[in-house]
Ligand binder design. Structure first.
Ligand code: ADP
Ligand code: MG
Length: 218
């Protein structure tokens, strides 16, 4: 695809809520991983990013999340960002409830319990991550992301390695939380069905020409 940020979109980004991304160059050493990648995502909109393994999807998400600042270009938009990884990255020796409250210190115990309830973990607040199934860990990870009421939600393959029923449960839950919270959402997936279900738009990351990948480019 390759949507181009219009002047109007840029103004809306400044007005708040919208994320605007314009990456012109991202390299690891001599190898260019991302060239021209330009897009905007409005609040409540879900942009799905599809592309083969190794094409730079996770790299793109890390840049948008602000974790990787070593690139040429710009990212502007809302400050409240939440990232959901394929690996739930929970603190193993803290309860499910603590895993929420450590990331969101302002969250009261009742509020935290209500959020756990909402993702179907109402009776698992005292459990350690290791005592939860993978599906439950993913739901806790979603709860943690949404507890911050993110304006920008970044999800990197959040539904992989789940069985069909659990995957469907996660999809439905994510759909519901997005509809309630209305963040601008970036969803990386290699499952087209997921993208078509959740996304308002789909962008394909196609990769760089071989000359650039070999480091021979500009
Ligand atoms: P995807 O998420 O689409 O599978 P990645 O963004 O993880 O792709 O990686 C894109 C390319 O950048 C791959 O060729 C990968 O090997 C390389 N890469 C990713 N992270 C690093 C890094 N920290 N150092 C060097 N190369 C990296
Ligand atoms: Mg990846």
């Amino acid at each position: 695809m390759g949507p181009v940020a219009t002047l109007g979109a840029a103004r809306a980004a400044l007005a708040g809520g919208m994320i605007e991304v314009g990456i012109t160059d991202k390299r690891f050493g001599a190898v260019q991983v991302l060239g021209q990648v330009t897009f905007t995502v409005a609040p409540g909109e879900v942009l799905a990013i599809l592309g083969p393994s190794g094409v730079g999807k996770s790299t793109l998400l890390r840049i948008v999340a602000g974790v990787d600042e070593d690139f040429t270009g710009h990212v502007s938009g809302p400050a409240r960002r939440a990232m959901v990884f394929q690996d739930p990255t929970l603190l193993p020796w803290r309860s499910a409830l603590d895993n929420l409250r450590i990331v969101h210190p302002g969250l009261g115990a009742d509020e935290a319990r209500a959020i756990l309830d909402k993702v179907g973990l109402g009776d698992r607040g005292a459990a350690f991550p290791g005592q939860l199934s993978l599906g439950q860990q993913r739901r806790l990870s979603l709860a943690r992301a949404f507890a911050g009421r993110p304006e920008l939600l970044i999800m990197d393959e959040p539904f992989v390695s789940l069985d069909a029923a659990t995957g469907e449960e996660m999809l439905a839950l994510t759909e519901r939380l997005i509809a309630e919270t209305r963040p601008a959402t970036l969803l990386v997936t290699h499952a087209r069905a997921e993208a078509e279900r959740l996304a308002s738009r789909i962008m394909h990351l196609a990769g760089q020409p071989a000359a650039l990948r070999d480091g021979a480019g500009p």
